[in-house]
Design a protein. Structure first.
Lengths: 113, 110
């Protein structure tokens, strides 16, 4: 059974640009959550999508957005990149979200220069 | 007060010893609790889930949950060098969001 797939694995962007990250969940999983991980802040919740609807949202500015498609694949977009957006972005898939087990992809390492 | 607090590390234990990791959480609505292991430069890997008060054992790992005390722990028995990693406590709150502690870094000395 294939795991969670995130693309691309690495990205280098310039301040002010925008970026789109992709996450394909485990087959059959309908919930996808996104997290930002930095050495100083740890793992912080960005948002969760379930059946193409955003069900939960963390405390990030509106520059961070996402969506989920009918096949449960999800994308995350960050506009007007700032140096502080440099981080490891992780997505996690679970059957239904809520109390079900969540499995992480390998992450996308974003560097903003 | 942080939502999820873990004992500060790093925690250094000799090979073969027991590593004890503690976690407290603030959301009394939390019903599901997970432990993740994260190797340096890798993504978190789910190693234990626990939903009911008491102990749950899986191989060398034992998770303990006390909802009344809002406390969850992880014991690693017979610690091996391959257990050297950061361990993340992650309860799911009443809002169904998975929250993470800062993690406890464990180093197993050969």
């Amino acid at each position: 059974k294939a795991g969670v797939t995130q693309t691309p694995r690495y990205l280098i962007k310039t301040r002010g640009q925008q970026v789109t990250l992709s996450c394909s969940p485990i087959s059959g999983h309908r919930s996808v959550s996104w997290y930002q991980q930095t050495p100083g802040q740890g793992l912080q919740f960005l948002f969760e999508y379930f059946s193409e609807t955003q069900r939960n949202k963390g405390n990030f500015p509106g520059r961070f957005s996402g969506r989920q498609f009918s096949n449960s694949r999800s994308e995350m977009n960050v506009s007007t990149l700032e140096l502080g957006d440099s981080a490891l972005y992780l997505c996690a898939s679970s059957l239904t979200g809520g109390g079900t087990e969540a499995f992480f992809g390998q992450g996308t390492r974003l560097t903003v220069v | 007060q942080k939502e999820v607090e873990q004992n500060s590390g790093p925690l250094s234990v000799p090979e073969g010893a027991i590593a004890s990791l503690n976690c407290t959480y603030s959301d009394r609505g939390s019903q599901s609790f997970f432990w993740y292991r994260q190797y340096s430069g890798k993504s978190p890997e789910l190693i234990m889930s626990i939903y009911s008060n008491g102990d749950k054992e899986d191989g060398r790992f034992t998770a303990q949950l006390n909802k009344a005390s809002q406390y969850v722990s992880l014991l690693i028995r017979d610690s091996q060098p391959s257990d050297s990693a950061t361990y993340l406590c992650a309860p799911i709150g009443g809002d169904y969001k998975l929250s993470f502690g800062a993690g406890t870094t464990v180093t197993v000395r050969a």
